[in-house]
Design a protein around this ligand. Structure first.
Ligand code: NAD
Ligand code: DAU
Length: 414
């Protein structure tokens, strides 16, 4: 039995959110609550007549807002910004409307379910909501899945970004001059487009040459190039952010941090690829969301901003720290320390050795810096997963278990 006092560990505001009363529509995963979602293309009659229509003017459109970073961004936006937000999300395995269940009665929030690859659908969403900006998170995001099957990554990340850009450009072209001048398209990308660093190499800056190594990274690099081209060719007002590894609440447990938290909790093996010495620069998701808001409001059009957590850690260090935290929250029942569960497994093919972000540009130009230290962010994150067991239970569907079997059962010890 775990003992967890959220007041003592300073858990973030997200942890204390209580699900609101269930209203209409689709059954969603979270604690058997229902969630208001707009049905897939074409936009339903209900949606057109919905009473929110009036209150949605001056909104921003977010794509992929039901995913990990997107959910955190939407919650932070609604809590801190007066203007409304429309969330366009296909709700793939990685998209979970339950993350946003606390917003279902908020007149400034609307979820529209659909595909960024569907030009007609995207055009209708833009026409009906008339956003003043777009923040584009929607993507396939897991490197291991891109190695197992790259096709969805090419479709969503390349074709989807192209479709969104094209429809957004058409929409922007039809705006009056004042609205055109302030419109922004912010593309959320990754440090993985820069490839892999040696131990002593300088961190990635905005002028580091692209050298993507996985199908995921290549698909994100392609999308970055399209975004750049739309600015250069058409003057379309884009901003691009390239950030390092995020961690925090609502991350799908296929990624290292939540996977290790949950396995440690359940005393399952903790798989470390290769020698466990690969380095990532860890960024607390709420810091990342604030950085995106800063770039959206004050970034220079056509520019790229790198965003990092200033927290380089080897994977073995990350996993050991998580084990110690889980041991602290769920004291030993005689089974021994969780770090004994670490198991070195076959490496990820083409595994990038080290990522590190030089965030001097965003810090000097826009005054943003990461506020959350890695160890305290990780403490909040472990606490969040321990406190949200039903969320965890619900995202671990049959499809999730199939992926875990596919990715781990065939990995042999090196
Ligand atoms: P995620 O996988 O958790 O969420 C992706 C979201 O996009 C889901 O809600 C999914 O339903 C939606 N989506 C997928 N395909 C779609 C489609 N065709 N149409 C509409 N919606 C679709 O991803 P994340 O970790 O939150 O990452 C968000 C963005 O940030 C991605 O672009 C990713 O490349 C980038 N990024 C992530 C990290 C990280 O550490 N997680 C770091 C750097 C950059
Ligand atoms: O750097 C930014 C990128 O960070 C984002 O663009 C991606 O969307 C995001 O998924 C993340 O990619 P990584 O591949 O770095 O994250 P992941 O959590 O999959 O892995 C982190 C490190 O841990 C990496 O070196 C691989 C290793 N790893 C991962 C898993 C899932 C393990 O050793 N064991 C595991 O079981």
């Amino acid at each position: 039995m775990c003992v967890l006092d959220l007041r003592c560990i300073g858990i973030s505001r997200l942890a204390s959110r209580k699900p609101a009363a269930p209203p209409v529509f689709l059954q969603c995963l979270h604690e058997h609550k229902t969630q208001k979602v707009t049905l897939l293309h074409p936009i339903s009659e209900f949606e057109k007549a919905h009473s929110k229509a009036e209150s949605m003017s001056n909104s921003i459109l977010v794509t992929g807002g039901a995913g990990f970073i997107g959910s955190n961004f939407v919650l932070q936006w609604i809590e801190n910004v007066a203007t409304p937000l429309v969330n366009l999300d296909l709700l793939t395995y990685a998209g979970n409307p339950a993350n946003l269940v606390t917003l279902e009665d908020d007149s400034r929030y609307r979820l529209v379910r659909g595909d960024i690859c569907d030009a007609e659908f995207v055009a209708a969403v833009l026409r009906d909501n008339r956003p003043r900006a777009i923040v584009h998170f929607a993507a396939e995001s897991h490197v291991d899945r891109s190695i197992a099957d790259p096709s969805d990554f090419i479709r969503t990340n390349v074709l989807g970004t192209f479709t969104l850009l094209e429809q957004a450009k058409l929409y922007w072209s039809g705006m009056d001059e004042a609205a055109r001048r302030t419109f922004r398209f912010l593309h959320v990308s990754t440090d993985e487009v820069y490839g892999s660093l040696g131990w002593d190499e300088a961190a990635f800056s905005e002028s580091t040459a692209y050298a993507p190594n996985s199908p995921y990274a290549a698909s994100k690099a392609a999308s970055d190039h399209l975004v750049r081209a739309y600015f250069h060719t058409y003057g379309f007002p884009v901003l691009t952010t390239n950030c390092s590894n995020n961690y925090g609440p609502f991350q799908f447990p296929e990624k290292l941090v939540p996977l290790i938290i949950l396995n440690a909790l359940e005393r399952k093996p903790l798989p470390l690829y290769g020698d466990g010495r690969n380095v990532r620069d860890w960024l607390f998701v709420e810091d990342h969301c604030l950085a995106i808001r800063t770039v959206l409001e004050r970034g220079r059009v056509g520019e790229t901003y790198n965003i990092g957590g200033n927290s380089e850690r080897k994977n073995l260090e990350v996993v050991t720290t998580i084990c110690n935290l889980v041991d602290e929250f769920c004291p030993d029942d005689g089974s021994g320390p969780r770090k004994d569960l670490i198991k070195f497994v076959a490496d990820r093919p083409g595994h990038d050795r080290r990522y590190a972000i030089d965030a001097a540009k965003i810090s000097q130009e826009l005054g943003w810096r990461p506020a959350v230290e890695f160890e305290s962010g990780l403490r909040k994150t472990v606490a969040w997963y321990l406190e949200h067991r039903s969320w965890v239970q619900n995202v671990r569907s049959g499809a999730y278990m199939d992926w875990i079997r596919q990715n781990y059962e065939e990995r042999v010890q090196p």
